[in-house]
Ligand binder design. Structure first.
Ligand code: OGA
Ligand code: NI
Length: 359
């Protein structure tokens, strides 16, 4: 099975809708009442854990095994599936540049952006929907999707040529985030009682996949009726989200409630994706999240996905499968796995849950 060559209906840029000044959003963006954001969220004080990585690694990326930080990461992966990291080694200045260069891209004339219009075949480029079902309810956002790894898929010609600094900034940004991801993969492996290199090797060693989805959430005249991004869990390995510095919007599901993330300055929001839930045999949780929009401010976020090489079989680590804890998932390649979200769009955790073997 493959994704179709083209979208099932003409693409509407949400940014154009927003800029047109409509007071009422089209029906296709109106969510069923159960899925709409609540007016007042309780738990306004609650936040996902914030973990300071200072001192976790020595200069050669050697992991400090005695560090209490490791335990904090373990708890966060189990209980939240989400955490923020500070002192993570990625240059704060580069983070700001990366976000602002993309904001500038989205503010370029529509004709310039349309040159990169994407198709459901690969999703690379400028897009406005996820999923190919005709008549589906859509999210209030546009995005840009590009490959960073493997190098065979990285093609600078598919990255915007303007703003001028974009390719260079994003090249360096990808490099630094991949480095951080490699470090965290070690921590996640050790916390499962596996060898430091286990998860990295399961992902393909040096040959991992990595891609960037830049989300642009335009202002919305009726933010209580829609979502910027519907509830979903990330299909890949691990996600490094750089949120907008001053516009909240991301919500994480915790004990059946939606918690609005309060971003710390120059932090990355890290979350476990479905592939690591599978590899860890559900010791780590890939957690549902969604994005709210607002009527006053646009929001830009960079979601960097660190994924297994797409044709490797991903299955629960053998060492974690015991008579008491049988394998919860069948093996599957990431290529097969992500077709689901690419065809149907974001649908909570329905995919990874549906794969669970009956016990
Ligand atoms: C995503 C995502 C959250 C955000 O792109 O998968 O969850 O805050 N983004 O934009
Ligand atoms: Ni996500």
């Amino acid at each position: 099975m493959n994704c179709p060559q083209d979208w099932p209906e003409p693409i509407v840029r949400v940014q154009s809708l927003s800029d047109s000044g409509v007071a009422v959003i089209p029906d296709q963006y109106i969510k069923p009442s159960m899925e709409r954001p609540e007016e007042f969220s309780e738990n306004t004080q609650t936040n996902i854990p914030i973990i300071d990585l200072e001192g976790l690694f020595d200069d050669q990326h050697g992991l400090m095994l005695n560090s209490s930080i490791i335990e904090l990461i373990y708890q966060a992966c189990r209980e939240w599936g989400f955490f923020q990291v500070v002192n993570h080694g990625v240059s704060p200045n580069l983070m700001d540049q990366a976000r602002e260069v993309w904001r500038d891209f989205f503010h370029m004339p529509m004709e310039t952006k349309q040159e990169y219009a994407n198709s459901p075949k690969t999703y690379e480029g400028y897009g406005s929907r996820l999923g190919v079902e005709k008549g589906a309810i859509l999210d209030w956002s546009d995005y840009y999707f590009l490959h960073y790894r493997p190098s065979s898929l990285k093609d600078h010609n598919k990255w915007p040529s303007a703003p001028l600094a974009l390719r260079e900034v994003i090249e360096e940004y990808g490099k630094q985030v991949v480095e951080l991801a490699g470090k965290l993969m070690k921590v996640l492996s050790i916390n499962l009682g596996l060898k430091e290199e286990y998860l990295q090797n399961a992902f393909g060693g040096d040959d991992i996949g990595a891609c960037l989805r830049v989300n642009f959430y335009p202002r919305c005249p009726q933010p209580d009726l829609t979502l910027g991004l519907s509830s979903h869990s990330d299909p890949g390995g691990m996600t490094f989200l750089l949120p907008d510095h001053d516009v909240p919007g991301l919500q994480v599901r915790k004990d059946h409630k939606w918690i609005t993330v309060k971003p710390a300055r120059h932090a990355f929001i890290v979350n476990i994706g479905d592939q690591i839930q599978v590899l860890s045999n559900a010791i780590y949780k890939s957690v549902e999240h969604r994005v709210m929009v607002n009527s006053l401010k646009e929001r830009v976020s960079l979601a960097f996905f660190y994924n297994p090489k797409s044709d490797l079989l991903i299955e629960p680590a053998k060492a974690l499968v015991t008579p008491d804890t049988p394998a919860l998932y069948p093996g599957m390649t990431f290529d097969q796995y992500r077709l689901y979200i690419r065809m149907r769009g974001p649908r909570g955790k329905s995919q990874v849950e549906s794969l669970k073997s009956p016990r």
